[in-house]
Design a protein around this ligand. Structure first.
Ligand code: ATP
Length: 197
């Protein structure tokens, strides 16, 4: 049997991945001494319906490019390979089946905490993971949500969002320092965010 692992799950749309995502994932990995930290690319991010989202393979390519510069972080295709809408409980169940006895930590920014109650099978998810909550600039600090086994992990605030990056990229404004260089190259190679330019 597989050795019981401490695995972090940091899920996102990552459209595009940015430096705050990477800093957060690495800070939590270190603070909680996790064996692995997965950057889980949402296949169909049902929370983001209502705006166009880049193709999952393009978002995965950007995450994979970023992770090459961050050796502690691993890009994960688990939700893309499963297909359909991306529900965290399905990812958690799949990881538990693949790594029996593992200890799963779900990492979320403080802006996400208020939405957890709307997630599929929230009660089962609450039982299945530890929640690591990280602060997000511009979002008031939140208490650990009721009923979850939650820990707050302090991270250095980094005020960037994918929304702001998409705006800059579409306006042809600089994004240096906000996304890794490898991601900037990937965006250029795939011609992403340029259609409205
Ligand atoms: P968008 O602006 O398109 O909504 P986003 O920047 O919030 O995107 P997501 O891919 O939706 O990025 O976020 C994935 C996870 O990263 C969420 O848990 C979110 O709270 C967290 N996160 C994103 N940006 C930050 C940040 N600057 N500081 C801390 N956490 C962040």
């Amino acid at each position: 049997m597989d050795e019981a692992l401490r695995i972090g799950i940091f899920g996102g749309t990552f459209d595009p991945i940015h430096t705050a995502h990477l800093e957060v994932a690495e800070a939590v990995r270190r603070a909680l001494r996790l064996d692995r930290m997965l950057l889980v690319v949402a296949n169909e991010p049902w929370q983001k319906l209502g705006r166009p989202v880049s193709a999952a393979e393009d978002r995965y390519a950007m995450v994979a490019a970023a992770a090459e510069e961050w050796p502690g972080l691993e890009p994960s295709r688990i939700e893309i390979d499963r297909g359909g809408p991306s529900y965290t409980i399905d990812t958690v169940d799949e990881l538990h089946r693949a790594h029996p006895g593992s200890d799963l930590t779900l990492v979320v920014g403080s802006d996400v905490v208020a939405d957890l109650a709307t997630w599929k099978d929230e009660a089962a998810l609450r039982e299945a993971v530890t929640l690591a909550v990280v602060g997000r600039p511009g979002v008031p600090a939140v208490a650990a949500p009721e009923g979850w086994h939650a820990v707050n992990v302090p991270v250095a605030p980094f005020d960037v969002s994918s929304t702001e990056l998409r705006r800059r990229l579409e306006a042809d404004e600089p994004v240096g320092g906000l996304v890794p260089d490898a991601v900037i190259r990937c965006i250029a190679q795939r011609g992403l965010y340029a259609t409205r330019r």
